[in-house]
Design a protein. Structure first.
Length: 421
């Protein structure tokens, strides 16, 4: 943006210099006056020559009078030019007016006819990649559609769940909680929705599962004892209160049913390892705070739908770019259609400190029922580290993209190995 304004200012100064140079030139009236005086001298010489021709008999009196009248007429015209007053008005005043008017008019015309929003780097996205504005517009349209639905219809449940998960992916947890509450009003005993609601309430409590989140988890397990997300959250709650045997129980049940090689399964493995170490480590380990891996289990506990499309794998950072990344930088892992609409089919948000990261993208992360992984034969998976925390690609972001993949692919190895120009 600064380069654009520097160039614009330079061009404006050049234009004003050209205008000022024209206005501040010396007036041309003196030149015109001198030319008129010279012409008068020539005419006077012609009159003298005419009188001499009359005296010599070269002209008769009639011809002399006619020629003299013509010369006198021309002499009068030259005198009127030589004595004409200078035009009124000050060139300096005109210059000041133009110096004020030209920049104002230029900015007004650019605002009306140009694209000021294009100066923002957040508004420029590479072709084929999702922007923050795209996602916000999709979620806004989904929210508007759901608000217009007649209340009480069972068909609304899927839309409210999708809206809640979209808000959760954007870390808009209060909105996600309200969307899940609407879904629970329609199906109060749905274990998956109860677990999703417990998750977003816990996030608003600083990832603390005590209180209302744990009540929702217990209710979810009562309705479906094998729900993966509820089991993972129950294990995390047990670990937080130093009940390591309980954490081993719940996480063990979840690990047995989790898709192998998924981010969910990897998180459970880390949590189980820490719970075993804590259970056998005596008072010193028991007094330690909940391990980061245990907290990550709850954060990644999204149970893929049966038969739904799912892509799992591992994303890592090239050692050559390690010095360019801070642990707090935002990491986006997303999937988009290889050919077709350029909107995210699934997106996951983490921090660069989580790298290398095992991930799973599935239909449950879709932001629109018409656009999800299972809707396309081939998709591209990408990962990007953003300094700004915005999903819109910007110059300097680090990224990596896969080749086109099937929507049901496991073991993807994705490396962030390039810098956006």
């Amino acid at each position: 943006m600064s380069f654009f304004w520097a160039v614009a200012a330079a061009l404006l100064l050049l234009a004003m210099w050209m205008v000022a140079g024209t206005l501040l030139r010396k007036p041309r009236e003196r030149t015109a006056h001198s030319a008129s005086q010279s012409n008068l001298q020539v005419l006077k010489t012609q009159l003298r020559q005419l009188d001499q021709d009359l005296a010599a008999g070269s002209l008769d009196r009639a011809q002399h009078q006619l020629a003299r009248a013509e010369i006198e007429r021309r002499a009068l015209e030259e005198e009127s030019v030589a004595t004409a007053p200078a035009s009124a008005g000050s060139p300096r005043a005109t210059l000041v007016l133009l110096l004020l008017a030209v920049p104002v008019l230029a900015l007004a015309l650019y605002g009306a006819l140009g694209s000021p929003q294009a100066l923002s780097p957040e508004a420029v996205a590479a072709p084929g990649e999702p922007t923050q504005q795209d996602m916000e517009q999709l979620v806004a349209r989904l929210a508007e559609r759901m608000d217009k639905q007649p209340p009480g219809q069972v068909a609304d449940v899927e839309g409210w769940v999708m809206l809640g998960r979209s808000y959760a992916a954007m870390q808009r947890f209060p909105e996600a909680q309200r969307a899940f509450s609407r879904a629970l009003h329609l199906t109060p005993n749905d274990a998956q929705i109860l677990a999703d609601q417990a998750d977003v309430v816990a996030m608003q409590q600083g990832r603390n599962l005590e209180g209302e989140p744990l009540r929702l988890v217990d209710l979810a397990l009562k309705n479906n004892p094998s729900n993966l997300k509820a089991l993972a959250l129950a294990g995390s709650a047990a670990f937080e209160r130093k009940d390591f045997e309980g954490a081993l129980k719940y996480w063990g049940l979840a690990r047995a049913a989790a898709p192998p090689d998924s981010e969910f399964a990897q998180g459970l493995e880390r949590g189980l390892a820490e719970a075993r170490a804590a259970a056998g480590g005596g008072a010193a380990l028991a007094a330690a705070p909940a391990a980061p891996a245990a907290a990550a289990v709850a954060a990644s506990a999204v149970a893929p739908a049966q038969g739904a499309a799912s892509i799992s794998g591992r994303v890592s950072l090239s050692p050559a770019l390690a010095a360019k990344v801070a642990p707090g930088d935002t990491l986006f892992v997303f999937a988009r259609a290889a050919e077709g609409p350029r909107m995210p089919l699934a997106i996951l948000r983490r921090t660069a400190g989580d790298l290398p990261l095992s991930f799973t993208l599935d239909d449950g992360m879709a932001m629109s029922p018409q656009f999800k992984l299972s809707s396309f034969a081939n998709v591209v998976v990408g990962a990007r580290v953003s300094k700004s925390g915005n999903a819109t690609p910007q110059s300097g972001d680090l990224e990596g993209l896969s080749a086109p993949l099937n929507g049901r692919t496991a073991g993807v190895e994705l490396v962030i190995d390039s810098v956006r120009p």
